[in-house]
Design a protein around this ligand. Structure first.
Ligand SMILES: Nc1ncnc2c1ncn2[C@@H]1O[C@H](COP(=O)(O)OP(=O)(O)OP(=O)(O)O)[C@@H](O)[C@H]1O
Length: 321
């Protein structure tokens, strides 16, 4: 159920659909630091939504305010039309929060941990064990929770947030510090969670992760949302150059420049680092056909812009997670 959206949702007949989450003008200051500086978000039920930005951008504080665990200084937040602060017990059954894996209770096994979380919601061992199976941890039930690998611990913490079958799931940097395979496994789990119809809101400083998973993202820096949209729409809007690379040595850069010029292909940059010959261009079609005519397509790679390029354009500086 992937949806590409880049605007606030409207139902048929022009009614505005009920949003899962609305934040309007949210601000939070810690001493001298304005951690969140006027954030407004509109997240539709069923969306996979990412809050992106480098360290210190204000992602965690924003998430905690949405979850209702932190009080904003200013602004309005509604989950399904209701304020999460002060604590709203009706909402607590409808939202799931992934706790950081490091905060598991000492001495409890994996199975005891999920059963404890289930008991907070008056659920029994059966539901708890089913959730453990769901995240692939049945075989690790008797392992102390603090002895799980990073990826397993993250799956347990997600299971703890999901055990009561919430409609919205909040995750704070769920793949931080994981190896590439564990990250991919977690992406599959999160995709499934979303495809069951749940709204998923995560923070991440990995732009590739956001691009792969999220229907829409808000890019934050210094407590402000710089831009919101579907990753593909943000990238397309950039109208950045496509980079066409082939193996070096198949055609001389000067020869290629000459051919491009005589074919009327302007605004291209040809670079050869003796491993790859790369052409940056807005018009990859004619570039590819000239390379093909020269029999110079070996090792061809075509790379478009990424969310990193979007960040670069928004902030004027390289993205540093
Ligand atoms: N409890 C707190 N007390 C004081 N300052 C805080 C507190 N929590 C966060 N901050 C500061 O507020 C700013 C935003 O922090 P926040 O954790 O929300 O950002 P973030 O984007 O989640 O960063 P990270 O990716 O490092 O977690 C940072 O400058 C941080 O140092």
């Amino acid at each position: 159920m992937r949806r590409g959206r880049d605007a606030a949702p409207h139902g048929q007949g022009g009614h505005v659909m009920t949003a899962a989450i609305v934040a309007d003008g949210v601000r939070k200051r810690y001493g001298d630091i304005q951690a969140v500086d006027g954030v407004s978000l509109h997240i539709e039920a069923g969306e996979f939504y990412g809050i992106l930005g480098p360290n210190g951008a204000g992602k965690t504080t924003t998430l905690e305010i949405l979850e209702g665990v932190r009080e904003p200084d200013e602004g309005r937040i509604e989950l399904f039309g209701k304020s999460p602060w002060p604590r709203n017990h009706e909402l607590l059954t409808r939202i799931g929060v992934q706790f950081q894996a490091s905060s598991f209770f000492d001495k409890l096994t994996t199975r005891e941990t999920i059963r404890l979380f289930a008991s907070f919601h008056r659920l029994g061992a059966r539901q708890a064990d089913a959730m453990l199976a769901r995240v692939g941890l049945t075989d690790f039930g008797s392992v102390p929770a603090d002895k799980l690998s990073g990826g397993q611990a993250q799956r347990l913490s997600i299971a703890c947030g999901l055990v009561h079958d919430p409609e919205i799931v909040f995750l704070d940097e769920p793949t931080a510090g994981l190896d590439p395979q564990a990250r991919r496994n977690l992406w599959d789990l999160l995709r499934d969670v979303n495809q069951e119809g749940r709204t998923v809101v995560l923070t991440t400083h990995y732009l590739d992760e956001a691009e792969i998973l999220c229907d829409r993202v808000s890019v934050m820096e210094h407590g402000k949302v710089l831009k919101t949209g579907a990753p593909a729409a943000l990238i397309r809007e950039l109208d950045d150059m496509v980079r066409v690379s082939v193996e070096s040595g198949l055609v001389a850069p000067d020869v290629l420049r000459g051919l491009l010029e005589s074919a009327g292909v302007d605004n291209t940059i040809v670079e050869d680092d003796e491993v790859s010959l790369t052409v940056a261009t807005h018009t990859p079609g004619p570039v590819l056909s000239i390379l093909a005519d020269q029999g110079a397509l070996r090792g061809l790679e075509v790379r478009g812009a990424t969310l990193e390029d979007v960040f670069l354009q928004l902030t004027g500086r390289e993205y540093r997670a």
